[in-house]
Design a protein around this ligand. Structure first.
Ligand SMILES: CC(C)(COP(=O)(O)OP(=O)(O)OC[C@H]1O[C@@H](n2cnc3c(N)ncnc32)[C@H](O)[C@@H]1OP(=O)(O)O)[C@@H](O)C(=O)NCCC(=O)NCCS
Length: 373
């Protein structure tokens, strides 16, 4: 079997940052105004008063302190509370493709690869801005890559599932060099008026280059030792946006066409599932948790990651063993664990093994074992 290598990785995030204080101020202004306008109905018991959000809750419950977003101004405007991203003409590069091209170029430069050497382009993320043509094909053309491209979506596990798809393509010989990109514009699927989730997401894009030793010209390569994926259906994280929405005009714009979750339920169910899955993956590869130099865990919730690390290791994990990027970037859906990888792998020595994982909507879980060459 051909060894597949990860030879370049990158992430990009918008420059605009919203901190918790700014987000909560905007949310609470909206709540106060809503309650003021509906005071009568609230007093009469016809309507429930909205509750304010708090910085303390957000930090304690999630570990999130900031998020990078494409359009800070509109999100923070209590009269808008969503990004405003004007539609471009069909002659212009689409927003999501533009984001992917930037991260893709960076990953290719780090892998010492020219775009024309790439013959598989996979865009894998939680939301695509259109049905077709596939955004990946636009990215393939914009970069000047060869071969074929396709889009895929496994929500928060899109990066690990995309990584396995790219690695399988390279291993089987259906392509020589794969570029897998995860452009996550999560701010556009978030309900910034929902107290339970308004703080969760941030925008970012990650990219990786996959190839064999034959073509590798990277001094920063990792062998993909093994990949393992799992899905199990759950409605606890759901978004009903889709092409059939317009065929049901009365519900076309209702709030279930945005991200919704039973956060507490997800926490309870996914934490043991992810820990068990990672332990199984290690055992199948005759590895102990202590053989792992670093865990680049999915970045949805700090408490969840601490619990997963504790279940795997039997002790608390320090940030060197299980780093977090949640404080700066929040939950960037599938991009999170790869951002952690991009930021925290430079100290790896030849032979060191790390584990990259994802867990989220589906449910979906992914685990990738990476060994530094
Ligand atoms: C979303 C999440 C951070 C919420 O944290 P939590 O500790 O579960 O919080 P809960 O929803 O149980 O709410 C606890 C209390 O805080 C309150 N609360 C909720 N949002 C609040 C806010 N923004 N500000 C202040 N209080 C808030 C709730 O009303 C509740 O109050 P109560 O106890 O009086 O009823 C957490 O459940 C989570 O991250 N789950 C995993 C999600 C995940 O991984 N999803 C994958 C997404 S891709």
């Amino acid at each position: 079997m051909q060894k597949v290598l990860l030879t370049g990785s990158s992430f990009t995030a918008p420059k605009d940052v919203i901190n918790n204080e700014e987000l909560v101020r905007s949310f609470n202004t909206y709540v106060q105004e809503f309650n003021r306008l509906n005071a009568e109905a609230i007093v009469e018991g016809k309507l429930e008063a909205l509750k304010e959000s708090s910085v303390e809750f957000i930090e304690k419950a999630s570990g999130i302190k900031n998020r990078h977003v494409i359009d800070k101004k509109s999100i923070l405007d209590p009269n808008i509370m969503q990004p405003i991203l004007p539609e471009r003409t069909n002659d212009q590069i689409s927003l999501q493709a533009e984001m992917a091209v930037e991260a893709g170029k960076l990953a290719l430069a780090r892998a010492n690869k020219k775009p024309e050497e790439v013959d598989v382009v996979i865009l894998s993320c939680s939301n695509f801005q259109r049905a077709y043509p596939a955004v990946s094909i636009e990215v393939q053309a914009a970069l000047g890559c060869k071969g074929f491209a396709y889009d895929m979506n496994v929500a928060c596990s899109s990066a690990t599932f995309g990584l396995q798809a790219g690695a399988d393509a390279v291993r089987s010989g259906s392509g020589k060099v794969a570029l897998v990109i995860n452009p996550e514009i999560t701010s556009a699927h978030l309900n910034f008026r929902d107290r339970d989730s308004h703080f969760i997401f941030g925008d970012a894009c990650t990219a990786v280059v996959l190839e064999t030793e034959k073509t590798c010209q990277s001094s920063d390569a990792f062998e993909i030792l093994s990949t393992k994926l799992l899905t199990q259906f759950s409605n606890n994280i759901r978004n009903n946006f889709g092409f059939l929405n317009r065929t049901s005009p009365t519900t076309a714009n209702s709030l279930d066409k945005l991200f919704m979750q039973q956060g507490r339920q997800v926490f309870k169910e996914v934490t043991p599932m992810a820990a068990k899955f990672i332990l199984e993956h290690l055992s199948e590869n005759h590895l102990n948790p202590t053989d792992i130099r670093r865990f680049w865990l999915h970045q949805a919730n700090l408490n969840m990651n601490q619990l997963i690390a504790q279940k795997i290791l039997g002790k608390n994990a320090d940030p060197d063993l299980a780093p977090t990027i949640l404080d700066e970037y929040a939950n960037t859906a599938s991009a999170g664990s790869l951002i952690a990888f991009v930021q925290y792998h430079q100290d790896f020595k030849s032979g060191d093994i790390g584990l990259l994982s994802s867990f989220g909507a589906g449910y979906s879980i992914g685990s990738i074992l990476l060994k530094k060459l």
